[in-house]
Ligand binder design. Sequence first.
Ligand SMILES: NC(=O)c1ccc[n+]([C@@H]2O[C@H](COP(=O)([O-])OP(=O)(O)OC[C@H]3O[C@@H](n4cnc5c(N)ncnc54)[C@H](O)[C@@H]3O)[C@@H](O)[C@H]2O)c1
Ligand SMILES: [Zn+2]
Ligand SMILES: [Zn+2]
Length: 398
Amino acid sequence: MKAVVWHGTKDVRVEEVPDPRIEQATDAVIRVTSTNICGSDLHLYEPLGAFMKPGDVLGHESMGIVEEVGSEVGDLSVGDRVVIPFQVCCGHCWMCEHGLQSQCETTQVREQGTGATLFGYSELYGSLPGGQAQYLRVPQAQYTHVKVPDGPADDRFVYLSDVLPTAWQAVAYADPEPGGTLLVLGLGPIGDMACRIALQRGVSRVIGVDRVDARLARARERGVETIDLREVDEVGDAVRQLTSGRGADAVVDAVGMEAHGSPVAKAGHKLVGMLPDAVAKPLMTTVGIDRLAAFYSAIDAVRRGGTISLSGVYGGMTDPMPMMTLFDKQVQIRMGQANVKRWVPDILPLLTDDDPLGVDGFATHHLPIEQAPEAYRTFQAKEDGMVKVVLSPHASTA
Ligand SMILES: NC(=O)c1ccc[n+]([C@@H]2O[C@H](COP(=O)([O-])OP(=O)(O)OC[C@H]3O[C@@H](n4cnc5c(N)ncnc54)[C@H](O)[C@@H]3O)[C@@H](O)[C@H]2O)c1
Ligand SMILES: [Zn+2]
Ligand SMILES: [Zn+2]
């Protein structure tokens, strides 16, 4: 089959790889009909490359049709239309039962000390082949799926794999007060969707920050007040000006470690990207070269006693934290990979024909999988108005 394969920093290719097959009784194999590129894939494309091996198949936002099942997949059947959550989760461990599926105790990657196994997300998360491919093996398939109805096009449902639950959890963790102000840093797919969800859930004022025209414009069209990062010295000052000097009640950081704004760290990223893996990995996990620009903005812009919700992925271990400010301002911080299945029942009722979250038109690009290498490049460069890419693995062969 065809798949998007990682070969090195900024080097992904579409290649023939062996078809996946059932390996465990709890496996299913899905014929992938749509699969997205995510901001998280950009971390593997460059800064986290040290944890990838040439030949790894990328992708964690897929949906399709069940092609084959093992003998212990519960009520999942061949022919079912399913979205596959980005994390593999069993549904019966303590974590899954408590709505913490991204910490699933059956699939935790214990040799790395990390949470649940993720599709296509490096040795840090279990080296499981990803879903930017024509077929995908889904472990723990009895629970690692969301059945969706036939009828609407894939775009209606494909964001249940990641964007929707991640944005939902971002807003839920931020927990802005009714009538309050939510600041969303980053208007990529996650930040954009977090704004939509917050407005839909009745947050009266949502302010979004980015530095890309097309992304700022998209958010404004849906009623978000925007701050252009290129036009302000300090995001915190701009936010205080808009909020009677107090700051935002709650902040979602939908940027993560590839934030713009800190040239020193950029130099660190470049350096680590060029080092041999044996040297680069300890640097990434212990010394930490995170670009904390967005998180520092969040700490500055949140009001005293407010909440910061981190969806953006961070990777280092020794990042300097302004503990005095955090403590003095009485800031609450919540974070983590989204627990996809935890939020699906809240989100599904909004995926209707009137489409209140605008999922049907959310993708800016639909491309055949063969164009993935160029799409990665364009998405990283934020060119061509690209915000979200949906790849069709079978378009040219179906
Ligand atoms: N927690 C989870 O489960 C989860 C799931 C999916 C994605 N993520 C993470 O969420 C983050 C966003 O994902 P995405 O797909 O929207 O990615 P993206 O890269 O498309 O979006 C990030 C946006 O932040 C903007 N930005 C850069 N520096 C900024 C700054 N200092 N202040 C404000 N905005 C800034 C960029 O211009 C870009 O539009 C990534 O770190 C991704 O890994 C987390
Ligand atoms: Zn994703
Ligand atoms: Zn579990």
